[in-house]
Design a protein around this ligand. Structure first.
Ligand code: OGA
Ligand code: MN
Length: 201
C-alpha cells in the first residue's frame, strides 16, 4: 500500500482502492471468523436509532459487529488503528475512532445506492471496506459501484476480491452493492469523529 497515493486519492477524488497490507493468514482467519460465526449474524437494518428497520428491498446483508475482546477481530481493529493514526497525520480528518462489522450477503442480495453518513451529522467521516472473497470473478456479481457526488454516474466498479480495500468519504460518495450471485463476505468500517454516537446499538 502506498500511503501517499491513498491520501492523494482521497483528497482529490474522495475514494481510493488498494491491496491491504494484511497477510494471507490474517485474511484467512477473518474469512473463517465470518463463516464460523454465522449464527451470531443478524439482518442489517436501515435508519438510525429508534427508526431502525430491516428492509431487504434496500439491503439484504447480515452483519456482526467486531469486538476487541475476540482475538481475530482484535487483529483487524489493531491494524485499522495503526492506519487511522497514519491517515490523521496528513489528511487532518481528525479521525477519532473506528467501528466495523463483518457483512455477509447471501446469494441474490444487494445494497441499494446510499451514503454512509448524512451530511452535517459528522458521525462517520471515512468508510472502509475489506473484501474476503477468493477467486471472485465478474460473473459472480456483487460489485461495489462508486458514483460521482451527484449520484448520476458510476466512477468505479470494484470486484469484492480477497485482500482488496476501498476507502471513501462517508458523507459525499454515493455507492451500492450489485446483486451477488455467490455468498459474499467483507468487513465494513467507519472512522468517526470525537463526540459522535457509536452506531453499535
Ligand atoms: C456498507 C457498504 C459496500 C460493500 O456496508 O455500507 O456500502 O462493498 N458496503 O460491501
Ligand atoms: Mn455503505
Amino acid at each position: 500500500m502506498d500511503l501517499q497515493r491513498v491520501k492523494h486519492d482521497i483528497s482529490n477524488g474522495g475514494y481510493t482502492i488498494f491491496e491491504a497490507d494484511l497477510s494471507e493468514h490474517t485474511l484467512a482467519q477473518l474469512k473463517e471468523r465470518c463463516i464460523c460465526s454465522q449464527t451470531e449474524f443478524f439482518p442489517a437494518k436501515i435508519g438510525r436509532r429508534e427508526n431502525k428497520q430491516e428492509d431487504t428491498t434496500i439491503r439484504g446483508d447480515r452483519i456482526l459487529w467486531l469486538n476487541a475482546s475476540h482475538e481475530v477481530d482484535n487483529t483487524y481493529l489493531t491494524f485499522m488503528e495503526r492506519f487511522r493514526k497514519s491517515l490523521n497525520q496528513d489528511l487532518f480528518l481528525g479521525l477519532f475512532d473506528f467501528e466495523c462489522y463483518c457483512a455477509f450477503y447471501p446469494q441474490g442480495t444487494f445494497y441499494s445506492k446510499h451514503l454512509d453518513s448524512l451530511r452535517g451529522k459528522r458521525n462517520r467521516v471515512l468508510s472502509s471496506v475489506l473484501y474476503l472473497n477468493e477467486g471472485w470473478e465478474s460473473a459472480d456479481g456483487g460489485e461495489l459501484q462508486i458514483f460521482d457526488q451527484s449520484g448520476a454516474c458510476v466512477r468505479e466498479t470494484v470486484l469484492p476480491a480477497l485482500g482488496m480495500m476501498v476507502l471513501f468519504l462517508s458523507e459525499t460518495v454515493p455507492h451500492r452493492v450489485l446483486p451477488t450471485h455467490q455468498p459474499r463476505y467483507s468487513i465494513s468500517g467507519w472512522f468517526r469523529l470525537r463526540g459522535s454516537t457509536p452506531c453499535l446499538t
